[in-house]
Each structure stands twice: as C-alpha cells, then as structure tokens.
Design a protein around this ligand. Structure first.
Ligand SMILES: Nc1ncnc2c1ncn2[C@@H]1O[C@H](COP(=O)(O)OP(=O)(O)O)[C@@H](O)[C@H]1O
Ligand SMILES: [Mg+2]
Length: 258
C-alpha cells in the first residue's frame, strides 16, 4: 500500500549543528523520488527524518512536520518503532544479518511482529524474494548464509527483507553505490517494478541513475562548510535535467561542481 509523504518546515539538528533547514516537499505515492546533491548537504539526514531514524543518534532532533497520508509521524502518540516498520530503509552497503540464512534474513522482520505460522512465513519469504527479483537465484539454497551471496544479490536480499513486512514507503540511501554496473541495473529494474506498489525515495550520486529511474527529483545544496543543507529545487525529473529553474541545479547536473 503506497502512501503520500508531506513534509513541511523541517529542520534537522545534530546537537547545535543544523544539518537541514526548512525543507518542505510532497513525495507522491506509486512513484520514485530522487534526492541529489553534493556530499554533506544532508540528503541522508533528511531521509532518516522520514522514518524517525534520525533521532536514534544521541543529541539529534527534528523540528517541523512529516505527514504520511495526513498522519503526523511525530505526533506524541506515535511509536517510532511502528513508523520504522511502515517506512522501510535500504542502505548503501548491503547489510544482511551475517549469521542468518537467506530464508531467515527475509523472515526476520515478520518474526519481530509476533507469531507467524511456518507456512505463512514460507509464503511471505517466497513472495518477497520474487518481489525483489531474487527468487530464481536462491530458491535452491534458502538455508545457506545470506552473506554468501554476491553484493548485488545481498542488496536484493535486503530489499526482500524490507518489503517482507509490507511497508508503505521504501527509503533507499545510495543503494547501488557499492555495486557493479550489472547489479546496479538489476536494482534499477527492481525499483521500476516496485513503484507500482510503493512510494520510493532514493538518494543517489549517479545523475544517470536519477534521470533513468525517478519521476521527480529534489536537488539539495548547502551555501558553504558548516551551513545547513536546503532543497534548492524540486520538479519532474525530465524538467530538472533539461530545464532546471535554478543556476545551482544546472551547474550540479552538468558536473560543474559537486
Ligand atoms: N551522526 C552524525 N553526527 C553528527 N553530524 C552528522 C552525523 N551524520 C551526518 N552529520 C552531519 O550532517 C551533515 C549532513 O550529512 P549527511 O546527511 O550525511 O549528508 P549527505 O547524505 O548529503 O552526504 C554533515 O555536515 C555531516 O557532517
Ligand atoms: Mg549520504
């Protein structure tokens, strides 16, 4: 089930350091939104504010609003753990649980959610691995360690693990930056398929990737060292890459800085 995210007036801090200033944007369901911009401009920080992972860092805090289909994720009654369950995350380095089998990696999140029967688990594991375009490669070795897969397969395993709990949103922080070009294309194909069902946000340093996979793009930038990151411009990806309205966006996407 895909949901819309509406962010308004969001600031994110690490102690006294403001990493993100006054971000407002709408992230549409059933589409892929890309975040681009030079390193250090707060893309990862902002991504982590969307599922309440930012605040796990001591001293880190958030001001502003994040609404998921109108529901305030920072309302006092909301449990951060339930937010993290409904808004899944995939990281830069594939991080399967190293001692667990392929099967157990995918089943792990469901087991946390409570008692599930073996046949139900089997069904979800198969469906999630199929959903992550990995089933055919691993169906004969589900009990082998997840860590024994190639990097690209491990990343698809992490995506299978993330979708097994049926999240409403998938956040991906440079999910291909540790992968070879073939695995990268496999992940991009997978994202194109998943967007029918999920709201997907991807941080990427790869301009071609943003142009290939995303529907909308937000360009983040910062005025200088120690300054907070801001969203300079957000638009349809095709517009952003052909006719951006800000000079800084054009300079960045044409490789003049960053
Ligand atoms: N765990 C942290 N503790 C303190 N500062 C951090 C932490 N993570 C990131 N920062 C700072 O926040 C700013 C934004 O970083 P980040 O969100 O990682 O940017 P990006 O993902 O765009 O490269 C940087 O100045 C960075 O040093
Ligand atoms: Mg980052």
């Amino acid at each position: 089930m895909s949901k819309q995210i509406q962010v308004s007036g969001l600031h994110a801090y690490y102690g006294s350091h403001k990493a993100i200033e006054d971000v407002s944007m709408t992230i549409e369901p059933r589409s892929i939104t890309a975040f681009i911009g030079p390193s250090g401009c707060g893309k990862s920080t902002f991504l982590r504010t969307l599922n309440r992972m930012h605040e796990v860092i001591p001293g880190a805090r958030v001001e502003g609003k994040v609404l998921l289909d109108g529901e305030d994720l920072y309302a006092p009654s909301v449990e951060p753990v339930s937010v993290r369950r409904s808004i899944g995350m995939v990281f830069q380095r594939p991080n399967p649980f190293p001692t667990m089998s392929i099967y157990e990696n995918v089943a792990a999140g469901l087991r946390l959610n409570g008692r599930v029967s073996k046949s139900e688990l089997d069904g979800v594991v198969e469906e999630s691995l199929k959903g992550a375009n990995l089933w055919n490669e691993v169906k004969d070795r589900l009990n082998k360690p997840g860590a024994g897969l190639s990097g690209g397969q491990q990343q698809r395993l992490c995506i299978a693990r993330a979708i097994a709990v049926r999240p409403q949103v998938l956040l991906m922080d440079e999910p291909c930056s540790a992968l070879d070009p073939i695995s990268t294309l496999a992940i991009e194909d997978l994202m194109a398929k998943l967007k029918d069902e999920y709201t997907i946000v991807i941080v990427t340093h790869n301009m071609q990737q943003a142009a290939r996979v995303s529907d909308r793009t937000a360009f983040f930038n910062l005025a200088g060292q120690g300054e907070p990151g801001k969203v300079i411009e957000m638009d349809e990806t095709s517009r952003m890459f052909t006719n951006p309205s800000q000079k800084a966006t054009e300079d960045y996407i044409t490789g003049r800085f960053g």
